[in-house]
Design a protein around this ligand. Sequence first.
Ligand code: CTP
Ligand code: MG
Length: 706
Amino acid sequence: MTTCRTTGLTVEQQERWPFLYSHLSSDIEIPSLIEVDEQFIIEMDKEISKILKQIGDGKAKSRESLTRHLTGLLQRRFQRNAKVQAFGSSITGLSLGTGDLDLCLSFKKEQPKKVLRKVAGLLREEGMMDIQQIPKAKIPIVKFTDSRSGLDVDISIENRLAIYNSQMLKGYAQDKRVREFILMIKYWASRRGINTAFEGTLSSYAWTLICIQHLQMTNPPVAPNRQKGGKKNLLEINGVSYDISNDSSPFESKNQQTLASLLISFFDRFATRWDWNEMVVSIRNGSPLNAEKKRWTHTGPLPLEVVTGQSKDRMEHVMPIEDPFDHEHDLSRVVKPDGAMTIQEEFMRALHLLSEGKSWKQICTPVMEIDEEPEDFFHDLRTQNTDLLKVRLDEMKSDITHVEEHIQSLVTERQNSKELLDLLRGTLQEKRNVKSNRQSILSELRPLSMKVQELRQTRDGINDRIAIPTKRIHQEMVRMFESLTSEVDVFNTQSLGRERGDFSYFFELQAMYKASIESNEAHQEFIRLRREQNKEYKALKDTNSQEEEVLNRLIEKNPELKGINLHPKTVKEFQHNSNKLQKSINIQYSKKHELKREIGRIEAWIRIATSKGNQRQRKDSKPRENRRQAPAVNINEVRERASSGGSFSLNELDALMAKGGISGIESTQRSSTSNQSERRKSGRKKSVYRVDPRQGRKRGKKQSRK
Ligand code: CTP
Ligand code: MG
């Protein structure tokens, strides 16, 4: 196998997408699922009901308590202005137990600035792990992992539409068949690794919408259109109006199809009959929209062209899925070329395996290793000696006491460290206040000094010109005035020239007097401002001692802090230490949790083993005729009950486990399924449908070119 000349796919790519590749490279017809054997559907339904029982949301309680914890935390941080609402699968009833916790943080009054950074800081203080901020998205998000429960959490800011669309999905999921159908597709998508939007496949939300579309299109419909009819409800966000009408009235479907039959028709529809180039998934319409009319036709290269390196351009509307409330939002925007190829491969694979009569579990074989409970809960304990197990149990119980003590000491240490941190923060704040006080003094001092300077110049400038004191000028002015205005002695008149000289001297005196007054005033103001300036200088000096005082007070209360350099960096170091302590606490809590679980498991096993031993003992000690009949375990009946979810005793549980556990039931079913497969292989029908050319073949070329 080398790079294929028809498709351009490399050997690795051919191995990665084998089903798709075989259809792209040769003209194989796609198997049809239109006529599927009834018995196969019955078996598949049994298998599905068993899986549904296993996948219950085991983390629901952790989610609830984490939601409460985070709500309290955020409300304390934002002074009750914050509102925290859960959305997504934790409220829709569509959780597989493996999904994340989606929370929306909104604000009753004004939204604080840099809110994302504040939330991230708060989470860091709480010792949360892998905190990631996505501030530039349309809806800003902080992602993290709760270190105690291991839950992945998304906190999005003001994600109002999500609250409403989750409400609507919850309405759709009221119907058991709809809910279970969506859960099964989410189960398939998650185990096959095609439900991660940030890795370039579709989000769980997008898969949910595809499911609803399918159920709306069955004949008769299994799901209604909840956006038609009902009360009209408009919501305005940032000036855009969204129709969030949601008719939540109960819907009675006349469709009698079982889950298996609906799943088969789902793969039949989306693997072969759905033309992604022309059809847009639209649950608000109840049926697909025409891509051209919606102006959502595929543009840019085909996924195949990108993965084979023929193009590097961006693809648009590769699998168009319309958001039910935000009609401009195509949920396939995140799908990358690799992701599109993988999704198409998975559709083809499911189609092939179903047509070969393979079990649903085989179709959903995980692509990655996942943590699944071993089907025999006691598998590793069966061969162990009970007495040794009891010793191990005692050791574990003593371990748990040590872990609890360790937790207690870590919690106390963290509390102390947090108190110290608060103190440091407070002191740093006080220091900052002193600094800002100093800053404001300086900012007042600057213009004051300039003014003083200015006044000094005015005063000295005048004094340089006029050396005579004001009083003297005034006396001279009075004298001149009197001489100029006294009665004229006709016999002793002055010459005209002399008189002119006196007048001009008088006017000069007048100007001098005015300037001298100005100089005096400038001087007075100068003196006043200098006094003020001195006061400010003193206040400035005081701030230095205040800063020292703040530090001294801190050290007086906490002598261990002597020599500390109170700086934001120091506070950060303390913060870091506090986070580290929180992480250690979380690790110890998980250790305690694990120990508790294991203790419970061993105790349960010891109870079973002991009761078995007692039975054996009774059997040996009593004569045959007097022996009371030990409760007989009819394994077939127990299996029957296990597969239908009934309850059973410890004895029965053990008998079931010893006979191969739940997998024992499967192997029985599988053998009938594989017979089925044999039967089907011989008379399999071929369909006329071909692979979606958009995922593989070049547009317009349906013939094989190999
Ligand atoms: N959501 C949205 N727009 C998207 C993706 C998600 O509005 N492009 C909102 C929807 O309200 C959806 C919620 O986010 O219900 C959670 O999305 P997601 O985690 O993908 O779906 P879940 O049903 O929560 O799936 P899982 O259980 O896998 O977490
Ligand atoms: Mg989710």
